[in-house]
Design a binder for this molecule. Structure first.
Ligand SMILES: [Zn+2]
Length: 70
């Protein structure tokens, strides 16, 4: 996740991009990490529903690696 630091307000922001319309927006990293855990639906500025899948790409890769080892 690309991030940027807004030192004036002391919040680290993470980059999101809507899978529907391509809108790029920034959200607080702490909020984004919580969505990584709870997979709750949220919305891009144009109102498209977004969620973070239960298994991240990293999780899926780990599973594939474990399958290769087995
Ligand atoms: Zn959108």
């Amino acid at each position: 996740m690309q991030t940027m630091q807004i030192t004036e307000i002391g919040i680290e922001l993470g980059r999101c991009q809507c899978s529907e319309c391509g809108m790029v927006y920034y959200v607080p990293v702490s909020w984004r990490k919580q969505r990584n855990k709870d997979h709750a639906t949220f919305y891009c500025p144009n109102g498209h529903g977004q969620y973070i899948p239960a298994k991240s790409d990293a999780d899926l890769l780990k599973e594939q690696l474990n399958n290769v080892k087995a």
